[in-house]
Design a protein around this ligand. Structure first.
Ligand code: KDO
Length: 333
């Protein structure tokens, strides 16, 4: 026996279905969407951890919506976007914070932070409370956790046979791409080079066309962004043990219940811990990978670089804005 559904019944069923979907959607809309913008690729370990760990961990009360490759906001404009209420989250840096709050330039100084564990100890140290409060008060941004980016190395278009880098003198006249903020440009000069500002998403093309002579990033970034395809050497200066901070809208944070705040904080910590372990593993494996790709990978006179860079910072205006005694507190951890 076949049953025929009348047109009226079919229309009623469709309308009911639409009503249920709309209601569910409106319930879904009650959960805030956390829009995040970052210049990193979706395959960068920090992005993978945010997508695979952070997003699912907060899914009970919020929808995580990441935008990678700086497709939503240009690199370096995210903090202002959060402050204006146009963005909820980013992965920021001391170099970006220092543009607005000069104290943060202490963490842009080469050869200060020692390693990933030191970064975590510093971020959680009591003397950082005032620094974090300053960011909340001035920018409406809450720094949730520290992410390990890696030790920054020189990555050059010339082979070692063409340019064997031993000391900062060997970088004289080199067009070394550094990110656009003043603190980054200063680091490029402190290394002995001529810093050239280029956005992260433009670096590959700038290397390919010869617009720049080289760039500096940790080994995992050089792999993930395929910079090794358009460069011939990696000179292991380890000039900055680099880090980022998960930056979150204070306005959005304050709207969450204490329970959801705790869940979100744990999600940020878990994602940062996972990404840190992944980056460290990559860092230990990648020197051989780049050698297999035909790049020269070697150490320069690191002491010569350390002395040159530290002297440049200590005689700079930057160091005048560092909180009194904080260098000693950082070194003591
Ligand atoms: C870069 O532009 O070289 C840099 O490494 C700077 C970091 O602070 C961070 O913005 C990073 O790019 C991006 O997350 C892409 O890895």
């Amino acid at each position: 026996m076949t049953t025929t559904i009348s047109r009226r019944t079919l229309l009623a069923a469709t309308a009911a279905g639409a009503f249920v979907a709309a209601t569910r959607a409106s319930f879904a809309q009650d959960k805030p969407t956390i829009r995040m913008s970052g210049p990193m690729t979706p395959t960068d370990q920090r992005a993978v951890a945010l997508t695979d760990i952070f997003g699912p961990a907060i899914a009970g009360f919020a929808t995580f919506e990441p935008h990678w490759n700086a497709t939503l906001f240009k690199q370096g404009t995210e903090l202002a976007a959060i402050a204006r209420g146009n963005l909820d989250m980013s992965v920021t840096s001391a170099q970006e914070l220092a543009q607005i709050i000069p104290d943060w330039s202490i963490f842009t100084a080469g050869y200060l932070l020692k390693d990933a564990a030191h970064q975590v100890k510093v971020f959680n140290a009591p003397f950082m409370d005032a620094m974090k409060k300053g960011v909340e008060d001035k920018l409406g941004v809450k720094l949730l956790s520290v992410m390990y980016l890696g030790r920054r190395q020189l990555n050059l278009r010339q082979s070692r046979a063409q340019l064997d880098v031993k000391t900062p003198d060997d970088l004289k006249g080199m067009k070394l791409r550094m990110p656009g903020t003043e603190a980054w440009q200063f680091l490029g000069s402190a290394l002995g080079a001529n810093p050239v500002p280029v956005a992260f998403t433009e670096v590959y093309t700038a290397l390919q066309t010869g617009a720049i002579d080289g760039q500096d990033n940790p080994l995992p970034t050089d792999k993930d962004s395929k910079f090794y395809e358009v460069t011939k050497q990696i000179c292991m200066t380890s000039h900055l043990c680099d880090q980022n901070y998960i930056a979150f809208s204070k306005k959005l944070w304050d709207k969450l219940s204490p329970a959801d705040q705790a869940t979100l904080q744990k999600a940020a910590d878990d994602a940062s811990d996972s990404a840190r372990q992944a980056q460290l593993k990559l860092e230990s494996d990648l020197a051989q990978f780049f050698k297999d790709q035909g790049l020269d990978v070697y150490e320069p006179d690191v002491d010569a670089f350390r002395k040159h860079v530290q002297a440049a910072y200590l005689s700079s205006d930057f160091s005048k804005s560092w909180p009194k005694g904080m260098v000693d507190q950082v070194n003591a951890l």
